[in-house]
Design a protein around this ligand. Structure first.
Ligand code: ADP
Ligand code: MG
Length: 376
C-alpha cells in the first residue's frame, strides 16, 4: 500500500479533477467524440494515478480504454499496434505495415466504438506529430466512433517543439496539476500510513516532517512516500516501535543518496571522474576558497580539473582536455548534480565556480569511488 504502484481508493485533492475529466469525457457515452485532453504537472502530482482512476470509470462495453506508457511504447507504430492487439490477435505474431494498422483502426471505430487512449509521458514518443496526424485523419474519415487522446507530461517545454497542428489538436483542453502543499501531503501521507503501517507506529510529527521536507523540495508525493517507507525501514532495523522525526531525518539523506546513485550509475566514466573530483574536493574543503573569500563549498574550476587529472592517472586513464572537461561540467549541471557560476571579474581573471548540488559530499564521493573501483 505504500508502493508507488498501488492505486489508493481515494485521491485527496484530485477528486475535483477526476470529476471534471469524467465530465469532459461524457460525450463518449452518447457516442460522440470528446475533445482531446492534456494534463501537465510535475513529477508526483498524481497524473498517472488520476488517469488510471478515470480509466476504471470508463471501462465499459461500448467504450474502449487503453493506458499506454510511452516510455515503453514510444513510436506511432508501437502505439497503434498496442491499441489494436485486443482486436487483431495476429498482431502478436507478425509485423504488419502502417496502412494495415490504419485500415484496422478505421474498421473498429466504424463499429461505433469510442476509444479513449491515455498517452502517459507522451513526450517520450519519437514521432508524436506523425501519430497525432494519423489519428486526426482517422477521426476525420470515420463516420462513426472516434479516438480521444489524453496526453500526460511533466515536461513544460516539450509543447513548443510540436508541430502547430498537432499542438492545437493535443491541447484542445488543458489541465495543470499543481505540486502538493505541505498540508495536502500531510493528509495524503496520513491516509497511506493508516493503510500501510500497523496502528500507532508513526508519530504525527514525523508525518508532518515528511510533508514539510517534501513540500519545500518539490511537492512530489512519490518522493514523500519513499521517505516515509525509508523511515519505516530505518525504525525497523533499529528495533524501534515507532517512527519519529529522527528516522525521517536519517531517511532523508539516504533517499537523497539513493536517487543520486541511480543517476550516477548511468553516467559515462569521464563524467563520473569529474563528479568524483568535485565531491572529494568539497569534502576536503577547497584549497583556495578561504584565500579568495569564496562562499562555502565553492570550488575553482582549475582545482577541480587538477583533481580530475590526478584521479585519471590513478585509474591509468588519459585525462581529456579542458574543453571536454567543460562539456562534462555542463552535462553534470543539466542533471542537477553540480551548480556552476561564472566568478565575475577580479577573481583570478574569469573562471568558473563549482558547487556540488548535494549536501553529503563525503557520501557521494564514496559512492562514485566504489563505482570507479577506487574505494572498497
Ligand atoms: P505522477 O504521474 O504525476 O508522477 P503519480 O500518480 O504516479 O504521479 O503519483 C505518485 C505517487 O503518489 C503514487 O504512489 C500515488 O499513489 C501517490 N499519490 C499522488 N497523488 C496522490 C493523492 N492525491 N492521494 C494519494 N496518493 C497520491
Ligand atoms: Mg506518472
Amino acid at each position: 500500500m505504500l508502493s508507488p504502484h498501488y492505486l489508493p481508493e481515494q485521491l485527496p485533492f484530485r477528486e475535483g479533477y477526476i470529476t471534471e475529466i469524467d465530465r469532459l469525457l461524457a460525450p463518449a457515452q452518447e457516442n460522440k467524440k470528446p475533445r482531446n485532453l492534456f494534463i501537465y504537472g510535475k513529477t508526483g502530482t498524481g497524473k498517472t494515478s488520476v488517469a488510471k482512476k478515470i480509466l476504471e470509470h470508463w471501462e465499459r462495453d461500448a467504450i474502449y480504454v487503453q493506458y499506454i506508457n510511452c516510455r515503453i511504447y514510444n513510436s506511432r507504430y508501437r502505439i497503434l499496434q498496442k491499441l489494436l492487439k485486443k482486436f487483431v490477435p495476429e498482431l502478436e505474431k507478425t509485423g504488419f505495415g502502417l496502412p494495415f494498422l490504419y485500415e484496422k483502426l478505421m474498421e473498429i471505430l466504424q463499429e461505433n466504438k469510442q476509444m479513449i487512449v491515455v498517452l502517459d509521458e507522451i513526450d517520450m514518443i519519437k514521432d508524436l506529430d506523425e501519430l497525432v496526424y494519423t489519428l486526426t485523419r482517422v477521426n476525420d474519415e470515420v463516420t462513426k466512433g472516434g479516438v480521444t487522446l489524453m496526453g500526460i507530461s511533466n515536461k513544460l517545454s516539450f509543447k513548443d517543439a510540436l508541430d502547430p497542428r498537432s499542438k492545437s489538436s493535443l491541447y484542445e483542453t488543458e489541465l495543470v496539476f499543481p505540486p502538493y502543499t505541505s498540508e495536502q501531503l500531510q493528509k495524503i501521507l496520513s491516509q497511506r500510513a493508516e493503510e500501510g503501517f500497523a496502528e500507532d507506529t508513526i508519530e504525527t510529527s514525523a508525518i508532518n516532517l515528511v510533508a514539510a521536507i517534501t513540500a519545500q523540495e518539490s511537492g512530489d508525493a512519490r518522493y514523500a512516500l519513499k521517505l516515509l517507507v525509508k523511515a519505516g525501514e530505518i525504525a525497523e532495523q533499529q528495533g524501534k516501535k515507532k517512527i519519529t522525526d529522527a528516522e525521517v531525518e536519517t531517511a532523508r539523506s539516504r533517499v537523497e543518496l539513493d536517487l543520486v546513485e541511480e543517476t550516477i550509475a548511468t553516467l559515462p566514466e569521464n563524467h563520473q571522474i569529474v563528479l568524483y573530483a568535485i565531491a572529494q574536493r568539497t569534502a576536503q574543503g577547497s584549497r583556495y576558497a578561504r584565500l579568495e573569500g569564496l562562499e562555502n563549498n565553492m570550488l575553482l574550476s582549475g582545482e577541480v580539473y587538477e583533481a580530475y587529472e590526478r584521479i585519471c592517472s590513478q585509474l591509468k586513464k588519459r585525462p581529456r582536455s579542458i574543453r571536454w572537461y567543460h562539456e562534462y561540467l555542463h552535462d553534470l549541471e543539466m542533471l542537477g548534480l553540480v551548480i556552476t557560476t561564472p566568478s565575475g571579474k577580479g577573481l583570478r581573471g574569469h573562471t568558473t565556480l563549482i558547487r556540488l548540488g548535494y549536501e553529503d559530499a563525503k557520501g557521494i564521493g564514496q559512492m562514485i569511488g566504489k563505482q570507479l573501483g577506487l574505494e572498497g
